[in-house]
Structures are given as structure tokens and as C-alpha cells.
Design a protein around this ligand. Structure first.
Ligand code: ZN
Ligand code: ZN
Length: 224
């Protein structure tokens, strides 16, 4: 069995317990490197690494001044050097097999939510990349998702300045295919790949909160 990340051998001791286990796609060494969180003071809400002088997280302060609050914000991984590389290979080199590696870190319980809603990618991006980086991971983790959000033309976040990002109007709309689904009082989990300023997921949550959901929690693969 080969590690999908370093392509080295991911040796698994064969015994009665591992014989029927799902084969691991990641070697132990890579897992440790990917799992590592950089040290430092963290925001208790969005998990951002903060300056020592920062009393309150400025990203969260901004978000709370502009958006309706979401429930909890969960991040599977830090954006350490290894994760940065992993994301780059996955999204830009289009090594789609790495979705398997990311799916390995998904731990939330599907039963806690009525709907798991991935952040959509534009048609243009989909054509270029060939896959949606969020649903690809959810599918491999066996998570059932409801693609309730759509986006027409969302500029790549890294193509926008921070100010542009903050001022851009909501790029998401509700997918009419879900019009008849009653969302009132439901628990929803929005999933994105990377949490940067939080604006993307809060725009997404805004569309869903509009339907009087009970709570919209957020899960991102990584916290930049
Ligand atoms: Zn490895
Ligand atoms: Zn924060």
C-alpha cells in the first residue's frame, strides 16, 4: 500500500483487526506532519494565529459587524507548510487523489446535521479544475451532501484584495432545486476547503440563515 501523499510505503501490520479495516491512504509520518498545528496564540472562535498584542481577533470582529452569527467554526487542519503544499497539489496541480488524504481527517458526525452543504465552485472553475475540491472530499468520506448553494462567477479569493473581498456582494444564491425542502429549524453544516477571513462561509451561511434554519455551523479543511 502506497501513501498517496509521499508515495512511500504505508505499511500496515496485518492482523485480524486490520485485515478488514479500510486501507490507509496515508503513512504515519505524513499524517503527523499534516496534523501538526503551529504554536502560538489562537482565536478561540476561528482558530486564527493571532499577534501577541491582539486582544480580540480582528477577523472575527469584522465578521460579527457585518454578518449574522454562525454556530461553531471547526477546522480539521492548520495551514502549516505541509498542508499548504497538500492544498496546492490538490487544487492547482489537480492531484485529485489527495481528496482521499483530506477525507481521512473528517471527523464530524453526519447525524448531527440535517444537511451538509458544500461551498460551490463556478462553472468556469469546475471546467478548469475538473472537480469541486469540497464535494470530492465529502464523497470519499461517504458524507451525503445537499448542494443547496450555487455561484455564477466567483473570482478566485487570491485574485482579490482584502478590501475587495470584504466589499464584494454575496456570490451565492439558493439552488432552486431545493426550493421545496423545508429548512426551518434544521441544523446545517457548511463545508469549505480553506477558512481565510471567513467572508466566503459567512456569505454562504447568510443565504441559508435566510430560511430560518436553527443553526449553521462551519467546517473547513484548513485554517489559513
Ligand atoms: Zn507518506
Ligand atoms: Zn477569529
Amino acid at each position: 500500500m502506497r501513501c498517496l501523499y509521499c508515495h512511500g510505503r504505508a505499511d500496515v501490520e496485518m492482523n485480524l483487526l486490520t485485515l478488514f479495516a479500510v486501507p490507509r491512504s496515508l503513512c504515519g509520518e505524513c499524517e503527523i506532519k499534516i496534523r501538526e498545528w503551529r504554536r502560538g496564540k489562537r482565536c478561540g472562535r476561528c482558530h486564527r494565529l493571532m499577534d501577541d498584542r491582539e486582544a480580540e481577533c480582528r477577523d472575527c470582529l469584522f465578521i460579527s459587524s457585518r454578518f449574522r452569527p454562525v454556530g461553531k467554526i471547526m477546522c480539521m487542519l492548520d495551514y502549516n507548510e505541509e498542508v499548504k503544499m497538500l492544498m496546492h497539489r490538490y487544487k492547482f496541480v489537480r492531484d485529485v487523489a489527495l481528496a482521499e488524504v483530506l477525507s481521512y481527517f473528517i471527523t464530524f458526525r453526519q447525524t448531527e446535521y440535517d444537511h451538509v452543504v458544500p461551498i460551490p465552485v463556478s462553472e468556469q472553475r469546475f471546467q478548469r479544475r475538473g472537480f469541486n475540491q469540497v464535494t470530492e472530499v465529502l464523497d470519499r468520506a461517504g458524507v451525503v451532501h445537499s448542494d443547496m448553494l450555487e455561484t455564477e462567477k466567483i473570482k478566485h479569493q487570491s485574485e482579490l484584495s482584502k478590501l475587495e473581498r470584504m466589499n464584494s456582494s454575496n456570490p451565492f444564491t439558493f439552488n432552486r432545486a431545493y426550493e421545496d425542502v423545508r429548512l426551518q429549524g434544521t441544523r446545517i453544516l457548511v463545508v469549505d476547503d480553506i477558512y481565510t477571513t471567513g467572508i466566503t462561509v459567512h456569505h454562504a451561511a447568510e443565504v441559508l440563515l435566510h430560511h430560518e434554519t436553527e443553526v449553521v455551523d462551519v467546517l473547513t479543511f484548513s485554517k489559513a
